[in-house]
Design a binder for this molecule. Structure first.
Ligand SMILES: C[C@H](CCC(=O)NCCS(=O)(=O)O)[C@H]1CC[C@H]2[C@@H]3[C@H](O)C[C@@H]4C[C@H](O)CC[C@]4(C)[C@H]3C[C@H](O)[C@]12C
Length: 324
């Protein structure tokens, strides 16, 4: 399971929990403007916008999980099993492999509006990166500093939804997740009043009771509701420190602890990493399951005119600040 969100204070932020039961050797990877991007069918890019994000780099190719470009446009890929249905090659369309979608869009678009135009001619082509790394079923949250969309390639074709809550989890389809929020319209940050019956005396006996009914389990549908409630009611100061702290708290409300979701005998899904990218400043912050200290990589500290990928291995061990 995974959860991706957007958040805005003075700057805009984009990030996700990557929940899974095993990990590739992903790194925080910067693709500078002149790294030559090759694509299987659409035109290769000799130069493009610079990109920062989490990627598994294979044969010098950045397979991004989530990323932001220098204009702030951001994309995260999340599991979408049984629903994602990639298509056969289509003549006259822009045939883009699932693993190419993030770099192809971030390489050339500045905004969600531009992305929507580009998507009109896209066919998500069911082609693998190589024999070992076959396509996995994904859907995507795409956001700029002002708005978000969800992109799903399903049986009926490519669906592009406006995403007014700026949240994405996994199954089922996005239209269901949004409709399901209707069931929670009574949930509130405020103290409840007795609507149950005037024939019985009821009282509020602790704080937080307005939120009773919010789901607490780790299913995708429940995480969508919980993350949307937490994000939409979030209040933080406007400084960078207060903003990213709040961002990680929102993700923390739907994080997965080892032991609670058993995938198969002895295999448990956990939040492998949580990320928060400042879309205005190109700074990628992250924590890992065992390192709660926030680490940061700033794309502008690298030579963005270069042709060579830059990868920072994740700092995974707990960083304890001993006070005596
Ligand atoms: C597993 C990840 C999504 C996590 C998630 O949504 N978990 C929920 C699981 S579930 O719904 O509850 O089953 C996805 C996100 C990005 C994916 C990776 C990226 O797409 C990049 C490459 C693409 C290659 O085709 C496959 C390997 C891969 C390296 C992918 C492996 C895996 O599918 C990743 C890491």
């Amino acid at each position: 399971m995974c959860t991706a969100i957007t958040y805005k204070t003075v700057d805009s932020y984009f990030g996700r929990n990557l929940d899974y039961y095993f990990s590739y050797t992903e790194t925080v990877t910067i693709t500078p403007r002149n790294y030559p991007f090759s694509f299987q069918s659409v035109k290769n890019m000799e130069s493009h916008y610079a990109i920062i994000g989490m990627a598994y780099v294979v044969y010098d190719y950045p397979l991004y999980y989530d990323a932001t470009n220098e204009k702030g446009l951001s994309i995260a890929g999340l599991n979408f099993p049984d629903n994602a249905e990639y298509k056969d090659f289509a003549e006259g369309k822009d045939n883009v492999a699932p693993y190419e979608l993030i770099p192809w869009i971030l390489g050339q678009c500045e905004t969600v509006e531009e992305t929507k135009k580009l998507l009109k001619n896209v066919n998500i082509w069911n082609v693998n990166f190589n024999k070992k790394l076959i396509s996995t079923p994904l859907h995507w949250l795409i956001a700029d500093k002002d708005c978000s969309i969800t992109v799903e390639c399903v049986k009926e074709g490519l669906k592009v939804y406006d995403n007014s809550v700026g949240v994405l989890t996994n199954n089922p389809t996005f239209d269901f997740q949004m409709f399901n929020l209707n069931n929670y319209m009574k949930v509130s940050k405020k103290e409840p009043t007795n609507e149950f019956s005037n024939k019985v005396k009821l009282k509020e006996y602790c704080s937080g009771m307005g939120g009773i009914g919010l789901p607490g389990d780790l299913s995708s549908v429940s995480r969508f509701v919980k993350a949307a409630f937490t994000k939409l009611n979030s209040i933080s100061g406007w400084s960078e420190s207060e903003s990213i702290s709040q961002f990680f708290h929102i993700l923390g409300s739907v994080a997965q602890q080892r032991g609670c979701v058993c995938m198969q005998e002895g295999k448990y899904e956990i939040t492998i990493y949580s990320s928060c990218c400042n879309m205005d400043k190109g700074i990628y912050y992250y924590t890992t399951y065992e390192n709660s200290q926030i680490s940061a990589v700033n794309m502008y500290n690298e030579d963005l005119e270069s042709k060579v990928l830059v990868s920072y291995p994740l700092i995974k061990g707990q960083q304890i600040n001993k006070q005596n």
